[in-house]
Write a protein that binds this ligand. Structure first.
Ligand code: 4FV
Length: 237
């Protein structure tokens, strides 16, 4: 999978992309991330990519032209390389609080696309016409951040986990929170007792049936207690 990122802060990414699973995924050739400095697509002598909002108001807005030109430059290179025959081969995504909420389903869908281009906004946001040059907008949550860079990293991390071969054991993504619309069961490891807190006996029993039943029960209890909305959603309510 290839992911191109358009940002005015490319230096924010190496730390996240250069560690742990994302690093291994790139080294294994399962994931390729290309960073693009949006300022390279500014025609302004000061490489400005923002301007004051029409209609007045606080802050600055990111101009549409540099973003559109960066997308076209990527299309003419990366997309040309993998051939755009199959629809859905590539997707251009704007990270925005107005976007569709990032979820397990959205991450899985995006992981099925061969080539993603992610646009990171900044300042007060991007010119509304940016939505005409991207395929979708995704939000990581109902709060406003200083920039789209962290959301882009969250998206890359969430998507990378669904690229076959990135997660050591495929089952991991099958038995985890939200995989089946529920919260995952509690996990324990050594020591068997910590400051009087003991690991549930069933997990030390070696009785796989009982362990599986206990885990199903725990998952349902925790979901009912902490995220009843997930159950309503799953039951289509
Ligand atoms: C955001 C979010 C987010 C809004 C203004 C960047 C900021 C600034 N992106 N999920 N929540 N973006 O807050 O995706 O441009």
């Amino acid at each position: 999978m290839r992911i191109d990122v358009i940002t005015i802060f490319p230096d924010m990414f190496p730390g996240v992309l250069g560690a742990s699973m994302l690093k291994r995924a790139q080294e294994a050739g399962l994931l390729q991330v290309q960073l693009h400095d949006l300022r390279d697509y500014s025609h302004d002598k000061h490489r400005k990519v923002d301007d004051r909002p029409y209609g007045g108001g606080p802050g600055m807005v990111m101009r549409v032209e540099p973003i559109a030109e960066a997308l076209e430059a990527i299309r003419s290179t990366a997309c040309a390389a993998h051939g755009e025959a199959a629809p859905g081969t590539c997707q251009r995504i704007l990270m925005s609080p107005e976007g569709e909420p990032l979820s397990t389903l959205v991450a899985k869908q995006a992981a099925a696309v061969q080539h993603l281009t992610v646009v990171c906004g900044h300042y007060e946001g991007v010119d509304e016409r940016v939505k005409a040059v991207v395929d979708r907008a995704i939000s990581i949550g109902d709060y406003v951040l200083t920039g789209g860079e962290l959301p882009a990293m969250v998206l890359i991390d969430a998507v990378a986990r669904y690229i076959p071969g990135v997660i050591g054991h495929e089952d991991a993504t099958k038995e985890e929170s939200f995989a089946d619309g529920q919260l995952e069961y509690p996990q324990y490891t050594r020591p068997p007792v910590f400051r009087g807190l003991a690991v549930p006996d069933v997990l030390l029993s070696g009785d796989h049936e009982r362990v599986a039943a206990w885990r199903r029960e725990q998952s349902m209890d925790r979901t009912r207690t902490h995220r009843p909305d997930l159950l309503r959603e799953r039951n289509g309510q």
